[in-house]
Write a protein that binds this ligand. Sequence first.
Ligand code: NAP
Length: 253
Amino acid sequence: MAGVRVMPRVLMLGGTTEARGLAARLVGGMGIDVISSLAGRVASPCIPSGQVRIGGFGGSAGLASWIESHGIRALIDATHPFAATISRNAAAATAAAHVPLLALRRPAWVAGEGDRWHEAASLEDAALMLPELGRRHFLTIGRQRISLFADVSEAWFLVRCIDPPEEPAPPRMELLLDRGPFSLAAEIALMRSHRVDTVVTKNSGGEATAAKLAAARVLGLPVVMVQRPSPPEGVREVSDVDRAVEWVDAQIR
Ligand code: NAP
């Protein structure tokens, strides 16, 4: 109908602080119809601005047909850097549906002076490294794949995650359900009170959970840092919300 402006529709694969920040900018400042997609893993997720859908699409083919049937003009993969499957699916689905794709991925953490990092290629490698480094490990890898640490010999774990793990957990552990951001003072107090001697983390990047690394530095503790999986090849990537806004603006003109 003449005179009716159809808002351009963008699909945002989310579940991160950056995704919520970008959704707020696109909905508020640019009048874009943003549909944020969450996997549905967390019981009480932080809800972004705009429309929200929850649950998987059924692989890359399912995502491609969802994109086509919902009139999506552009897709932003703003998922967590360790969410490798959905990122691969996004690359394949946008290629099939001929829709532009941008990855918004926060920068990785980088070791600084005073850090005692041990880089691990995978969570499996991280578990193998622990007996050499200590006995009381602060495991901050989220709740997925906790069972990989069940057989680490003579180990005790302080496990921190948002929701309880569904997998079999290490036999000797304390579970702490909490969501960042965390302060440096609180992280130091937590590590001291639990007599932690090693910190295990994925290299997620971001400010909200970086205080554990500063706390480990202050306390002189080793950190087992699990490296990120490789992102899909050929996907344009930016590391901050401003650049992502510029990209969306260019796509919808
Ligand atoms: P994943 O292993 O890459 O994906 C597994 C499957 O979950 C995908 O194939 C897809 O199912 C579904 N899925 C994942 N993200 C989705 C999304 N945003 N919307 C709809 N379906 C999604 O993912 P993951 O590592 O389990 O992460 C799941 C979600 O948690 C992501 O949104 C991610 O941003 C967030 N998150 C992950 C981590 C982490 O450490 N991995 C940390 C914080 C937040 P179908 O194949 O059926 O489409």
